[in-house]
Ligand binder design. Structure first.
Ligand code: BGC
Length: 459
């Protein structure tokens, strides 16, 4: 197995020099996205103006349509960076992700209705006749002309619901809310990264960037309006700041010039429901890492290197190898690698030798490490563009990969040092606040305050 491993080491290892080249290219894409509309990395202005004060207060509802779950929450902001949250979570089925978009929004509204009726009204947290502001966290790329509007550019993370791309999803959700006569006012459409940026700053004002490393991957940061040329005609005060949802998962999707894609990455792309899209995300996010490893294993099965004489059909199903297995394999504490024995025998009905298990663990490490180092490249591009390196900054990060994959954060930090040298230590990531719930509530509060003060009430 050692010879094979060497081959994969060469394919999946990113040298510091290569990382620096990626960062330089990435910076150009970020600039281009701010300059003109409809660029590969769209750099979406969110109409979230500046940082929260920390004093935002009140009750807010949030609906969070993520890559895996739907969550509905009541958030009570208590000021002084404090809050309370009550929530319910529902797992999305594969049909819901692929059926008609309006049906998906109906499910969101039905879930919100049952949360309000059965949970909030019952407990007295909401009263008859009361109407609450609602933030809708919709974590897919949407181009926004104002805060309660968003045209879905493309589905990501394996979603494919029909009649939604190119539509205003805020308007679609709004009409569903009216149909169910829910006592809410849709105040803002929010990306999870923007919510995370604002929620993290609410409790840790050192935060300047937020990232999600979960089923999908993306980042948001605060930009000076004067440095967003494509927004010039809106005549917004040049001294204002606005959060930008980068949608960096699309980096290098058109040119395929900068990212070190292997043949396994190309297969993942070509067999996905969105070939040619989200090139960066497909090398990093939790939706794809397990599949990359499965493709390597399948190649070795075909070459007669692995599982000779065993029935391997279960391994041959696309997406059968969950990214959570990579986490488990990397964290297996036993010399015999008992966890890995369990994964292969229980889920795939094959037996493994110790040498094979060591090989699988090493492979998981290569794929997980590459994902973290590429993530570092994205963070470094924003840091370098904004000039945050010397003063340093905190990066609020969330998502299953960041929270559960062993060593993911350390590998990002190592990557930042490889890119920037010792000064890379000035940039640290930390586990962020719940952006999709708390962040959405703070943004709803900030938006109400801004509009009440007559600042761009139409945006
Ligand atoms: C979406 C982003 C989102 C990210 C993390 C990506 O697939 O395009 O909007 O922020 O996933 O959830």
């Amino acid at each position: 197995m050692a010879d094979h491993l060497r081959k994969y080491e060469t394919l999946f290892t990113l040298t510091p020099q290569r990382m620096r080249m990626i960062v330089e290219a990435f910076k150009e894409y970020l600039e281009l996205g701010l300059e003109k509309p409809k660029q590969t990395v769209p750099m979406i202005p969110t109409f979230v103006f500046g940082w929260p004060s920390g004093e935002e207060k009140g009750d807010y509802l949030a609906v969070d349509l993520g890559g895996t779950n739907l969550r509905v929450c009541l958030v009570t902001l208590q000021g002084d960076g404090k809050f309370e949250i009550t929530q319910s979570k529902y797992r999305l089925t594969e049909e819901q992700k692929q059926e008609d978009g309006q049906k998906l929004f109906d499910f969101c509204a039905e879930s919100l209705k049952s949360f309000i009726d059965n949970s909030l009204m019952e407990s007295g947290q909401m009263k008859d006749g009361q109407k609450l502001p609602l933030g809708f966290t919709f974590s897919y790329p949407c181009s926004q002309q104002r805060i309660d509007h968003g045209i879905l550019i493309r589905w990501t993370k394996g979603f494919g619901a029909a009649n939604t791309e190119g539509e205003d999803v805020a308007a679609m959700f709004h009409s569903t809310l009216e149909k169910y006569q829910l006592p809410v006012e849709l105040t803002a459409l929010i990306n999870d990264t923007t919510g995370t940026l604002i929620a993290s700053h609410y409790v840790n004002p050192q935060t300047k960037i937020a990232c999600i490393f979960g089923t999908g991957c993306n980042a948001a940061y605060m930009e000076h309006v004067k440095d967003i040329p494509k927004m010039k005609e809106l005549n917004i005060d040049e001294n204002a700041d606005m959060a930008i949802n980068c949608e960096w998962g699309a980096f290098d999707s058109d040119e395929h010039e900068h990212l070190p894609r292997t043949k396994y990455d190309i297969i993942v792309d070509e067999t996905s429901n969105k070939p040619g899209e989200q090139a960066f995300e497909k090398l990093i996010s939790g939706r794809y890492l397990g599949e990359i490893l499965r493709l390597v294993i399948c190649e070795l099965i075909d070459e007669g290197v692995l599982f000779l004489g065993q029935n391997t059909y279960k391994l041959e199903n696309p997406y059968a190898f969950d990214t959570a297995f990579l986490s488990l394999m990397e964290s297996d504490p036993t010399d015999e690698l008992l966890m890995i024995i369990g994964i292969f025998s229980h889920f795939f009905a094959v037996e493994t030798t110790l040498a094979e298990r060591q090989f699988f663990r090493a492979l998981a490490k290569l794929i997980g490490r590459r994902a973290a180092r590429l993530s570092a490249c994205g963070i470094a591009a924003i840091v370098s563009k904004m000039g945050y390196l010397d003063e340093g900054c905190s990066v609020g990060a969330d998502g299953s990969l960041y929270n559960k994959y062993p060593g993911f954060a350390d590998r990002i930090h190592e990557g930042l040092v490889d890119i920037f040298g010792e000064r890379g230590r000035n940039i640290t990531t930390y586990h962020a606040e719940d952006g999709s719930g708390v962040g959405s509530a703070i943004i709803a509060a900030m938006t109400k305050k801004r509009k009440d003060a007559g600042i761009h009430p139409d945006l």
